[in-house]
Ligand binder design. Sequence first.
Ligand SMILES: NC(=O)c1ccc[n+]([C@@H]2O[C@H](COP(=O)([O-])OP(=O)(O)OC[C@H]3O[C@@H](n4cnc5c(N)ncnc54)[C@H](OP(=O)(O)O)[C@@H]3O)[C@@H](O)[C@H]2O)c1
Length: 264
Amino acid sequence: MTLKEKYGSWALITGASSGIGEGFAKRLASENMNLILVARREERLKKLSDELKAKYGVDIVVAPVDLSKQNFLENLKEFVRDREVGLLINNAGFGFAGEFAKSDVEQQADMIRVNCIAPTLLTHHYVQQMKERKKGAIIFLGSLVAYQPTPLTTTYSATKAFNLFMSEGLWYELRDYNIDVLALNPGGTDTEFQQKANTSSGPLPRTVEEVINTAMKSLGKKISVVDGRYNKLLSFIPRIVTRKTIVKLAGRVRKKHYTSLSIK
Ligand SMILES: NC(=O)c1ccc[n+]([C@@H]2O[C@H](COP(=O)([O-])OP(=O)(O)OC[C@H]3O[C@@H](n4cnc5c(N)ncnc54)[C@H](OP(=O)(O)O)[C@@H]3O)[C@@H](O)[C@H]2O)c1
């Protein structure tokens, strides 16, 4: 069965202007899905849209929408109109490295709006149509850091734990409606993320293509997936040591790393 037959003809991808979201757009277009591309950088979305339309002949809607704004869903609905969203990819997100107490609290709140509130509102809205059609799929972007608190990226890891929990809970709630839900948990992956968050992708960064392969292999089969063997191993450690130990360990590693980047 093709993705279109299984889920419907349109996929809505948030954060499609770079990194993992752009990777999803390329992969899904190659599998003949029509796309709704969401992000703030319109020029990037238009360029990607032109490239994919020319290469695969699919229909694409470019939706320049800021997911941190309170009215973002009303704004987005004007672009989506009556198109049936069969696959929703809650991918847009950003991080911040540094001490919470010294951070810009509005930036922290924006992170929660983009990483948590937007996926909640989008999912609640589009799942109604999926339920009626008795088919559909939703992917949430968790992270390796969803499995444990990470000091100095504290709010970020909390937002990713939110995505993992939402996704796994909904996997159960929605399976009776024939809706697949997957929590995709990448470790360090080479995208623009690190530069924006002032962090690093670690010793064994993965490529966007590897992450997308993991997602597409797991969708409809697993409840959640950690991308890559090394990351899988790391995600297992919090299960075998105490919470205090793992938080101290993560804190020490990050303190050393961020001190070397002069983040105090
Ligand atoms: N890269 C990693 O190591 C890694 C690891 C684990 C999980 N993740 C997760 O993977 C997802 C994708 O990140 P990435 O690595 O692909 O990073 P990225 O290259 O920085 O992409 C982030 C995307 O989110 C969009 N975005 C950010 N703020 C937005 C807003 N206010 N409104 C609309 N769109 C917004 C950006 O578009 P605009 O700037 O154009 O709006 C961009 O398209 C995130 O949820 C991240 O937490 C990444």
